[in-house]
Design a protein around this ligand. Structure first.
Ligand SMILES: CC(C)(COP(=O)(O)OP(=O)(O)OC[C@H]1O[C@@H](n2cnc3c(N)ncnc32)[C@H](O)[C@@H]1OP(=O)(O)O)[C@@H](O)C(=O)NCCC(=O)NCCS
Length: 176
């Protein structure tokens, strides 16, 4: 497991699925993160878990605070040739948002991505109307790289898609 100042990042276990399914019921937070929400049967979550057990790259974590799972974080769309990967995060318990857990988890993930997994560049996209996410990413050192206007449909509106990124050299310069 990886330890931050406030959070622990560890592998998702079968025993976590019930809690993760419960977290998915916080429609507002899921919409902020994914721009979409659909009712997912628990069995579909189990099937997805089984499917990913065979993945060669293990790059998804649960975020835990004092024994409580509050969401997930990880890398996807990884490209080993370019040494780039996209990062995603979702804290789906309203009791735990806006309290610094997200930025702590991001800092832990970045250290793992750059120093252990040897990525050279980590990037992300987020909705332009998600100021909390953008503020958290800026705080962790991500820079704005582009904006696709009215690119996503989210909760009744077309909103911009913001792209941000960080190079390993930029991350290293911030380590002091
Ligand atoms: C986005 C997310 C990961 C951020 O994690 P978090 O723990 O809530 O964020 P933090 O507390 O570390 O940092 C949030 C920052 O945003 C700021 N913020 C909050 N609301 C804001 C607003 N409306 N406008 C501007 N800044 C805002 C906070 O002040 C804080 O900055 P500070 O520490 O300098 O004061 C988390 O809120 C989350 O998962 N939300 C739901 C799903 C989601 O949006 N996922 C992102 C998909 S791209």
């Amino acid at each position: 497991m990886l330890k931050g100042e406030k959070v622990i990042l560890r592998a998702r276990e079968r025993e976590d699925l019930k809690r993760l399914h419960e977290l998915e019921q916080n429609v507002e937070l899921v919409l902020q993160g994914d721009g979409n929400w659909q009712p997912e049967p628990f069995a579909a979550l189990e099937k997805n878990f089984e499917k990913h057990l065979a993945d060669e790259e293990k790059s998804w974590f649960v975020i835990e605070v004092a024994g409580v799972v509050i969401g997930g974080i990880g890398l996807h769309h990884s490209n080993r040739l370019d040494s780039c990967s996209e990062f995603g995060i979702g804290i789906y318990d309203p009791e735990y948002v806006g309290k610094g857990y997200g930025s702590d988890a991001i800092r832990v993930l970045l250290r793992w991505a750059f120093r252990i997994q040897n990525y050279r560049r980590i990037w992300l996209t987020t909705a332009g109307d998600n100021p909390r996410a953008i503020a958290a990413y800026e705080k962790c050192g991500f820079v704005h790289e582009g904006r696709l206007r009215e690119h996503i449909f989210s909760d009744g509106e077309y909103v911009d898609l913001v792209q941000m990124g960080m190079l390993r050299t930029e991350w290293e310069a911030r380590q002091g």
